[in-house]
Design a protein around this ligand. Structure first.
Ligand code: WTA
Length: 654
């Protein structure tokens, strides 16, 4: 038995999805991507990457594209030297584009700032000078705990300019999570703000830092941006206002060139168990793949496009597709501080209209939320400027994909479903707009230069129509270089499962359809096994949300004495349809979509689903409910009261 049990039976409902949307001739004629890119990368992969690296400005040219003599420790563009911040800022000014807007910043309360590349150069230089004054130098770690403010971008780039590593901690994390991350990286400086606007309210932020740094021996300085005017406690030996420190600095700062493999940042991400892993990225390879994918996958035309990635800077998507990719490419982009429903549910579309956004990148969960709010909301705005739409973070179900295309993309904008991870640093699998005939729900093919495989549990390749585990079988420039302080864990987590073949194990299930296109099935830890059949939670969720009465669904495998696991579904009914559809109808619907094997054992109606701040559903917690266990650690939930509501609902409902 070489194939993961039953996985070839999964996603049949998705694989019956046979709509394709070829690019229009007009789009293809102007597209950055071409079909030849695949050929040239296949012919000479390292030569291809070498060409991509020329998107950047190097102080010293590399003498070897890839050193893979000591796997899994890769070195890309060996001997090359560059300054990442110079590439993202100064060189655009030097090329005469200093007046181009880099950032259209939109505050939640409606204030806004317009920052050109020349402004950015001044701000980043001042910030770099300020950090130097605080003793930050090459190799030091700076923790950044900020909401979506321009200062977060300045701070990240100032670190890059100095060769210091930033560790951005999402502003929604607790003080304890912040403390652990600061301690793991031994950061000497923390950059934060007084408070942040969230759903119309000013929420304190510095107070969390005060609590965190009570237990962080490495921290010498806390720099505080004034945003909300919220009163803060002050430790004069440690705390400095950003405006007092940064504003008086010189606007001149000469960037130093660093080795291509010089560390750029640490970003913590949760593993399946244990403490968060500090994923380490380095300079030349990371920036190369960030710039290349941002240009090719989003078809960026820096002179005319207005790009908007709705991710938070605290996640890898914010690092690669707000800061490094777009700025390396000289893009003009929107950065929005707040939530999509503040002060109303049309806020995103109002912003698209205001700035004439052309490229929009968000998460499937956000799209499903918009669906729940109703298509009449985007219909009130002029979205005709949008020409490429992207998604990231989880598999997108065909219904959400079609809704996105119709109601946001005007029925014409290509959708790029981009698969990648914190660890991969940049996009790995995605359609290319202007080249690929897109399919609702499929990420389709690795981007040129990237090589992936779907293998069975023994590492053997599966064929078309079959499923298995996603692996990356060749090193790529933006690959993680390790886990901060724990290289053994790096080897164990990603490289031990297929050590013999030397594959990187991504932790995702995937399947080839009959055309050889890839469909992601969700984390393998979320794959259920029912009577020896492997069924993806994603697949059942997709079936459920394809029913008109369901707005959102989360599915878990709960242990079952007879079948191994039984499927338990949690559904949020859509608007006024609640109550009309019986649970029996939904079970039948799933059975009809996938097969009787996928029929949920139990369906529970809930009003919210437990999600992390990045929008991922925490199935682990739902599994606790489904298995009648005490609910586990809820500290990473965006709204920690959700689990109480769900369990209370269970008790009163049963
Ligand atoms: C999932 C986010 C399906 C996947 C950039 C991966 C996706 C994990 C997709 C990484 C996609 C991301 N289709 N699944 N287009 N994009 N994922 O580290 O399970 O926050 O392993 O990086 O998200 O999440 P991370």
């Amino acid at each position: 038995m070489s194939q993961p049990d039953g996985q070839s039976n999964t996603l049949d409902n998705l694989l019956e999805e046979n709509r394709t949307f070829p690019p229009t001739a007009e789009f293809a004629a102007e597209a950055n991507a071409t079909a030849e890119l695949y050929d040239s990368a296949a012919e000479d992969r390292l030569g291809f990457w070498s060409q991509q690296a020329r998107r950047l400005t190097w102080r010293t040219e590399w003498n070897q594209v890839l050193d893979w003599s000591n796997p899994p420790f890769a070195k890309w563009f060996v001997g090359g030297e560059l300054n990442v911040a110079h590439n993202c800022v100064d060189r655009h000014v030097e090329a005469g584009n200093g007046d181009r807007v880099a950032i259209y910043w939109e505050g939640e309360p409606g204030d806004s700032r317009r920052i050109t590349y020349s402004d950015l150069q001044r701000e980043v230089s001042k910030t770099a000078n300020a950090l130097s004054e605080l003793g930050v130098g090459s190799g030091d770690r700076v923790a950044i705990y900020l909401p979506m403010l321009p200062e977060a971008v300045f701070a990240m780039l100032a670190c890059a300019r100095l060769g210091a590593l930033h560790s951005v901690v999402f502003g929604g994390f607790s003080s304890e999570a912040l403390r652990n991350r600061i301690n793991d990286a031994e950061a000497t400086v923390v950059i934060t703000c007084d408070g942040q606007f969230r759903r119309g309210q000013a929420m304190p932020l510095k107070a969390n830092v005060d609590e965190a740094v009570a237990g962080t021996p490495s921290v010498e300085h806390v720099v505080v941006v004034r945003r909300t005017g919220t009163e803060v406690a002050w430790n004069p030996d440690r705390d400095t206002w950003w405006h007092e420190l940064v504003d008086r600095q010189s606007e001149q700062h000469t960037p130093e060139a660093f080795d291509s493999e010089h560390p750029l940042f640490i970003l913590y991400t949760s593993g399946t168990t244990g403490k968060p892993k500090g994923i380490l990225h380095t300079s030349g390879g990371y920036l190369t793949q960030a710039a290349y994918t941002h240009s090719t996958v989003f078809d960026l035309k820096p002179e005319s496009d207005v790009y908007w990635c709705t991710a938070d800077i605290g996640w890898v998507t914010g690092h690669t597709y707000i800061v490094y990719g777009p700025l390396a490419n000289g893009a003009s982009q929107v950065i929005y501080e707040g939530t999509p429903n503040t002060p109303h549910q049309g806020r995103h579309w109002e912003i698209v209209q205001k700035y004439g956004v052309t490229l929009y990148y968000t998460a499937p969960t956000t799209i499903r939320t918009f669906m729940k709010w109703g298509s009449e909301i985007p219909a009130r705005y002029d979205l005709s400027t949008l020409r490429v739409l992207g998604t990231v973070g989880e598999p997108i179900n065909p219904e959400a994909w079609m809704w996105y295309r119709e109601h946001i993309g005007g029925g014409t904008a290509p959708i790029v479903d981009t698969w990648w991870q914190t660890e991969t640093g940049a996009i790995m699998i995605s359609p290319l707009p202007g080249v690929t005939a897109t399919k609702p729900g499929s990420a389709q093919r690795p981007v040129p230069g990237v090589s992936v495989g779907v293998v069975d549990e023994n590492g053997n390749r599966v064929g078309n129509g079959e499923g298995g585990l996603l692996v990356l079988d060749k090193p790529w420039p933006s690959m993680l270089r390790g886990i901060w302080g724990d290289q053994q864990r790096f080897v164990d987590t990603y490289w031990s499962r297929f050590a013999e073949q030397g594959y990187y194990f991504a932790g995702d299930g995937a399947k080839y359809d009959n055309d050889g296109d890839i469909w992601l099935l969700g984390r393998v830890d979320d794959v259920m096994n029912v009577s020896g059949h492997r069924i993806s939670t994603t697949e059942v969720e997709s079936a459920l949300v394809s029913h008109p009465s369901v707005a959102e669904a989360a599915v878990v495998g709960a242990s079952d004495p007879t079948t191994g696991q039984g499927i338990v579904a949690f559904v949020i009914p859509r608007g006024d349809s609640a109550g009309e559809t019986t649970m029996a109808t939904l079970r039948e619907h799933v059975s009809h979509e996938i097969g009787p094997i996928a029929k949920p054992r139990q369906i529970m109606v809930v009003s919210e689903l437990p999600k992390t701040r990045s929008g991922k559903i925490m199935r682990r917690l739902l599994r606790d409910v489904a298995e009648n266990r005490e609910v586990g650690d809820v500290s990473t939930l965006a709204d920690s009261s959700v689990m109480e509501q769900i369990t209370a609902g269970m008790k009163s409902g049963s």
